[in-house]
Design a protein around this ligand. Structure first.
Ligand code: ADE
Length: 356
């Protein structure tokens, strides 16, 4: 495989695929790699261990069972949803359930068609190719994906102009699993080649509480019911955040208390983390305060907010906004973003001129 591609290759047996690469982690956020790999170890490996997203689970379970009955690979799957909701975890689960190798890459890592060809030609029957941030795949690379997904073949072109000849190379029947935070940015020819399309939504507090309790068990730390409930309330509906915060609370409980997690340790540890009682982070609050203080509550365009905050607008759209929209603190209108009345209230601010 080509250098410069962030990838993880794994097999249920722990063996590597033909690339000889050691296991590494693909990271789409600012989390330290050691922390992220620790969180990966909390990840469920089988569909029946996966908590929440009931409809997605049922649909995948049926597709996997049917594919196995027919001794075929499962159809290509596209997952859509905000970061941290389990798109990568589900790709691992599909590979485990189908008994195939998993190769992980991402759209932006596939700079040239050759990057993808190297990966595709190493795939074995029923292997899974997971492409994260698939909406950021360069157009030239995307063209190679069409015949690969549809006909399990790639076309090599030799020479140029009138001397151009192409040779079709047959691939093993694999399954592509794509993940995106922005389904609207995927071209329709690519989107149409996925047989299964599922959106992941934020988790309920009940599901998060179950996930936190399971993770605490795996980490061998005691957590009581009110502690798990408080942590789930402050995890922005996102298992990755829940697991990360759980580890910070575990540290706090070990150093400042008796090692057991309860509501009080959660509250104290999360105060240090800058996470408030609804789970909003420093960046969430700065985002809302910018709309309110600088733009009088909105409406205001995302680029103006990003410029004021000195943040990437993609980060705001992918990471910050989905949860604020979900909890009704943000409204997206045709003329721009507006902070809702509940955002003003949450930040303890009063509305100056505007009437909702
Ligand atoms: N850890 C992270 N996400 C999970 C999920 N959906 N179910 C169980 N454990 C998880």
């Amino acid at each position: 495989m080509t250098d410069g591609i962030l990838k993880m290759t794994s097999k249920k047996t722990g063996a590597l695929n033909g690339s000889g690469m050691s296991e590494s982690v693909i990271s789409g956020n600012a989390m330290a790699e050691d922390e992220e790999s620790d969180i990966l170890s909390l990840r469920p490996e089988r569909l029946n261990e996966y908590i929440g997203q009931e409809e997605v689970k049922e649909a995948l379970g049926i597709a996997i069972e049917a594919a196995k009955l027919r001794s075929e690979p499962i159809e290509h799957v596209l997952f859509h949803g905000p970061p941290g909701l389990g798109k990568t975890t589900l790709a691992h689960i599909i590979a485990n359930e189908m008994g195939g190798n998993l190769t992980v890459t991402s759209g932006p890592a596939l700079e040239k068609g050759g990057d993808l060809l190297g990966i595709l030609t190493h795939l074995e029957e029923s292997d899974i190719l997971f492409v994260d941030e698939i909406h950021r795949t360069p157009k030239a690379v995307e063209e190679f994906l069409y015949p690969a997904m549809e006909d399990f073949a790639v076309d090599f072109v030799f020479d140029k102009g009138v001397h151009a000849r192409s040779h079709r190379y047959k691939l093993n029947r694999f399954t592509m699993v794509g993940a995106t935070t922005r389904v609207g940015l995927i071209s329709s020819p690519l989107r149409d080649r996925f047989g299964i399309f599922r959106s992941l939504d934020f988790y309920s507090e009940d599901d998060l509480k179950t996930i936190i309790t399971r993770s605490a068990n795996l980490l061998e730390v005691e957590i009581d019911g009110p502690g798990a409930a408080e942590l789930s309330k402050r995890s922005r509906g996102t298992p990755r955040i829940a697991n990360r915060l759980l580890k910070r609370v575990r540290d706090y409980a070990q150093v400042r208390a008796d090692g057991k997690i309860n509501k009080k340790t959660v509250e104290a540890a999360l105060k240090l983390e800058g996470v408030d009682n609804t789970g909003l982070t420093e960046l969430d609050r700065r985002y809302l305060k910018t709309i309110i203080d600088y733009y009088n509550g909105g409406p205001v365009g995302i680029d103006a907010i990003a410029a004021t905050l000195q943040e990437e607008s993609d980060t705001l759209v992918d990471v910050v906004e989905p949860y604020l929209l979900k909890i009704g603190m943000l409204m997206r209108t045709s003329s721009g973003r507006k902070a809702s009345e509940s955002a003003f209230k949450h930040l303890g601010l009063t509305l100056q001129k505007k009437i909702f």
